[in-house]
Design a protein around this ligand. Structure first.
Ligand SMILES: [Zn+2]
Length: 122
């Protein structure tokens, strides 16, 4: 596996982790690397690639909207694969509590997928 590919996978994994922690995907892009930015629960904007806060210093330096992003495509594919995985688990799960947990994760994934698709339409 090439260095770039490994780095990309780490990036995608960090994005998935952020969502799990309750951060939300925004339609803004990082001014440094053009990756999608996340809104942390604290309200800060966060770049999962640069691994740092994005601070708007001056007016006119706000992050721009995402135009097109390969990262977003990969992220979408990752979420779809996860959704599929959870769906398979749900089919074989008979414990109601486990089912409830799985369906909560599943609906969270769908929410994020919808968000990505909305961003891609911009
Ligand atoms: Zn960045």
């Amino acid at each position: 596996m090439s260095q770039d590919k490994a780095e990309e996978e780490q990036h995608i994994k960090r994005m998935a982790d952020l969502l799990r922690q309750g951060s939300t995907l925004t339609e803004l892009a990082c001014p440094a690397c053009a990756s999608p930015l996340f809104r942390l629960r604290s309200g800060d904007l966060w770049c999962a690639k640069c691994e740092k806060k994005v601070i708007v210093v001056r007016e006119g330096e706000e992050p721009t909207k995402i135009t097109s992003s390969i990262v977003l495509e990969t992220f979408e594919a990752t979420l779809l694969a996860k959704a599929q995985e959870i769906q398979n688990k749900m089919q074989h799960e008979e414990n109601i509590e486990e089912l409830q947990k799985l369906s909560a994760v599943f609906s969270g994934l769908l929410e994020n997928l919808e968000k990505i698709r909305k961003i891609k339409r911009i």
